[in-house]
Ligand binder design. Structure first.
Ligand code: SF4
Length: 467
């Protein structure tokens, strides 16, 4: 049976690439496996942003050796940033890997899949082609009927900014922007295939420049939102340097935009920002957010932060705490600095590392401050009814469904269906409680479109079962 298992680690760039691989695999006649043990081809889409991501990828590759040992016809494929970084090394240290495809070689991977497909001739290819299977990709290969609701479209590859801690320019190369026509074609295809929310992804997505015309990211957003079938639009991740008034203005004029802006700050300290080569000061960062918020007052701002960067003093760290304590971030992804081979910061780390326990302590303190801001943001939703796009069954509690609001807040509520109904993927949830992870409540309606009227829903199934 020609089944492929795709596991995705890392960021939404990888999620977009995995959607691409999935499409190529389906076109080649594969179906999607839910477990590695069921598959003839195993694909690991890797991340190298931090050392533990790299270790996890190698752990997974080692784990899959057992699958291959049990059935030598199984093929193990590695793609993503680790494939770029360790292409040559990998052939020696994990020789059971059958193919290593860089982030710009997905076409070649598709060709290889088409070639391998002939090795598994025991099923009906014409039937496979019609199967509309979807598969989730957040590090596990769980198939979900709602996964096709979200379409990720890569607008650019690589990055030319060379932040001193970052491996991306080294493994993915410099900016390579896709032609706008190609992006719009892909958006159209994803929307026609059922995607209700299109996320434009790039390492520095708002630096986008159309190669032929020079059109910028604001122009791209206008063109995407103008497509009739597109319902909601989001983008990630942005660089403060490329946040200008035009983009702020355009976001305010496009009702299809999801009101969430992810703008990576990294540190609140100017000496650290300079050392990181971030190209802005904290004053400029705050000024740009203020300009953006003047145009878009209801948008949620989210960010990334690093603690324990080489040479970070307590005073530097306190500046980051101070920014978070203002409550401007509805969410922050916080990390303890992790050295990446070949970057300038890795050299500084070797000479002047912040001691591990100090970095950990700072992380805990920063998290406590930022968690308060997140909780406060979520608590403001209590007592309101929010509209959210279903994700699927909650991973932690199989009796609940999980959804995301357009400002990217997780909403959890008791099950309201016996069978998945992707034709009405928008839920209205009366919010009854808030935590740092998100909000919980009761589903009171379901709608076919984000801007459509909701049908009332029956009481939650768990309540019915309880009586
Ligand atoms: S802008 Fe982002 S992707 Fe580019 S080098 Fe800096 S951290 Fe890496």
């Amino acid at each position: 049976m020609a089944q492929i298992y795709i596991e995705t680690h890392g960021c939404q760039m990888n999620e977009a690439d995995s959607q691409d691989i999935r499409q190529r695999a389906l076109a080649a006649g594969f179906t999607l496996a839910e477990r590695p043990d069921d598959a003839s081809v195993l694909v690991l889409n890797t991340c190298t942003v931090r050392d533990n991501a790299e270790q996890r990828a190698y752990g997974r590759i080692a784990h899959w050796k057992a699958v291959k040992d049990a059935d030598p016809s199984v093929k193990v494929i590695v793609t993503g940033c680790l494939a770029e970084q360790d292409k040559d090394r990998m052939r020696t240290i994990v020789p059971h890997v059958d193919g290593v495809f860089g982030t710009r070689e997905l076409g070649a991977l598709g060709d290889a899949l088409a070639g391998w497909r002939a090795e598994y001739p025991d099923d009906d290819f014409s039937v496979d082609r019609e199967i509309e299977t979807v598969m989730g990709g957040e590090g596990v290969g769980i198939a979900g009927p709602y996964d096709a609701l979200r379409g990720f479209v890569t607008v650019q590859r690589g990055c030319s900014y060379y932040c001193t801690f970052c491996i991306v320019p080294h493994v993915r190369g410099r900016f390579d922007h896709r032609p706008m026509r190609e992006i719009l074609d892909e958006v159209r295809a994803k929307a026609a295939g059922g995607a209700r929310e299109i996320t434009l992804v790039g390492q520095t997505v708002n630096a986008y420049k159309e190669p032929a015309t020079g059109a910028d990211f604001a122009d791209l957003l206008e063109a995407v939102c103008a497509l009739e079938d597109v319902e909601r639009v989001s983008f990630i991740s942005s660089h403060p340097k490329d946040l200008n008034e035009k983009l702020a203005h355009v976001c305010a004029t496009l009702p299809k935009m999801n009101p969430r802006f992810h703008l990576a700050l990294q540190s609140g300290s100017n000496p650290m920002l300079r050392k990181m080569n971030r190209k802005y000061t904290i004053e400029q960062f705050l000024e740009r957010i203020a300009t953006f918020k003047a145009h878009n007052p209801s948008w949620a701002m989210t960010t990334d932060l690093i603690v324990g960067f080489p040479g970070e003093t307590e005073e530097d760290f306190q500046k980051t705490i101070d920014v978070c304590a203002t409550g401007i971030f509805a969410q922050a992804y916080m990390f303890v600095y992790s050295p990446r081979r070949g970057t300038p910061a890795a050299v500084w780390h070797a000479a002047n590392a912040v001691p591990h326990d100090v970095a950990q302590d700072r992380f805990v303190r920063l998290k406590a401050v930022q968690d308060e801001a997140v909780r406060a943001y979520h608590e403001r939703k209590v007592g309101t009814t929010v509209r959210a796009l279903i994700h699927g069954v909650s991973r932690k509690d199989r009796t609940r469904l999980s959804a995301k609001t357009v400002d990217n807040v997780t909403v959890n509520f008791p099950m309201v269906e016996t069978e998945a109904d992707p034709s009405r993927p928008w839920v209205d949830v009366r919010v009854e409680g808030a935590s740092v992870w998100g909000v919980r409540g009761t589903c009171v309606g379901r709608a076919a479109r984000y801007d459509g009227a909701a049908d009332p829903v029956a009481p939650p199934l768990v309540d019915l079962l309880a009586v």
